[in-house]
Design a protein around this ligand. Sequence first.
Ligand SMILES: Nc1ncnc2c1ncn2[C@@H]1O[C@H](COP(=O)(O)OP(=O)(O)OP(=O)(O)O)[C@@H](O)[C@H]1O
Ligand SMILES: [Mg+2]
Length: 472
Amino acid sequence: MALFTELQLDEQILKAVNEMGFEEATPIQSEVIPKVKEGNDIIGQAQTGTGKTAAFGIPLIEQMNTEEKHPQGLVLAPTRELAIQVAEEINRLGRFKGVKALAVYGGQEISRQIKALKRHPQIIVATPGRFMDHMRRRTIRPAYMNMVVLDEADEMLSMGFIEDIETILAEVPEERQTLLFSATMPKRLQSVTERFMENPESVKVKSKGLTVSNIEQRYIEVPEKQKFETLCHLLDITPPELAIVFGRTKRRVDELSEALSQRGYAAEGIHGDLKQEQRDKVLRKFKNKTIDILVATDVAARGLDVSGVTHVYNFDLPQDPESYVHRIGRTGRAGKEGIAFSFATPKEISHLKFIESTTKKKMIRQDIPTFREAMQGRYQQAVDKLLETVKNEDIEELEHTAKTLLSGYDPVTLVAAALKMNTKEPDQGTIKLTEEASLRPKKSRGDRNRGGDRRGRNRGFRGNRGNRKKRR
Ligand SMILES: Nc1ncnc2c1ncn2[C@@H]1O[C@H](COP(=O)(O)OP(=O)(O)OP(=O)(O)O)[C@@H](O)[C@H]1O
Ligand SMILES: [Mg+2]
């Protein structure tokens, strides 16, 4: 860690950094920021939640000319929510310097974006598909861009955005500076770095494994049919502040969020078949804690930074170890603690071991929690609620009634009854959850095959690829 004052930043950026409450630069920031200033192409790898956004955002802002009318910086990101978030962070960092970023992504009216472009943002943060749209309409001219950042480049590759990126970068002047960031750098990414970057310098923050140590990683071997009860029990035993539950498919996410709601949890789902408005609404509710459980496909696995996420549950194991790293990285951010639970069916244990071998971190095995433990958790919640009321609520009015009650009943009986009333009822009612097949051990699947799967499954919900095709 280094002080930001040692990084020779613009005064205005330093001021923004201070106001954001950053005290010291994180390792990736202190390594990358000076190197970007030297003008090199950089490949930056550091664990999830360690400030990669500001690591590229700060030097990007520094090199923007606020007199210039055309956008000069471009950040490409795999998902719409991530594009929005990165633009927000850049706007916070750049506000005293007068550098503005605009998020441009599928699912939002293009006319609205065209209007916003007239306010001359220096930096565009885009999903590849929508950026291509703007390029074709000539509403954005890449010819003036001199810095390009590929955030989560490996994910854009998996999603099949490679050709789009190629098309985009062919229109950005060659003498640009290109930066590439991710917490994971699978080998297949080399093709991207070779094609799009010039003598890139690799900056990799030294660490024991791919995941941060402040995330406790656990797994539970559980048959498919018992997963849902197991999840409910875990939620009861230690209620999360905010939790993300990852499911494999969109249908799974729909069914799971419905089932959780039915059982009385404040849960909603997010995936790519939802309208963008709905996606925004759900994420907003999660951020302001109207709901405390977000059920998601991998659309929420990358880059999303929501403070207060204490728990991540892999209801279904992810196919790729990379996806595992990013999913669990939604907790334990910026030095905070987090816990990740992964469910593996007996057949999937070998796949889990394969994930462990990639992350170089063993998960702690835990038994399936019992109904009794879950009930204890619920009672504890009732106790907490009662004590909270004692502490914070105005209950004087009820004192007379309480005394009358106490004259006729034993106090232990009364308190126990009050607790019982406040305890969530044992689960009942049937829920609908279509079974997922166990994942096959990864060894039998090729890289290309996996990439294709993901692309097929996710198409249309990141970067609006589907719509673009129709218009063409
Ligand atoms: N120097 C700093 N000090 C304190 N907090 C910071 C600092 N830099 C960034 N942060 C905060 O840490 C959080 C995580 O940062 P960021 O989203 O950039 O992580 P990341 O490395 O891109 O993670 P991911 O791999 O998941 O995308 C954000 O809330 C960010 O504002
Ligand atoms: Mg990031």
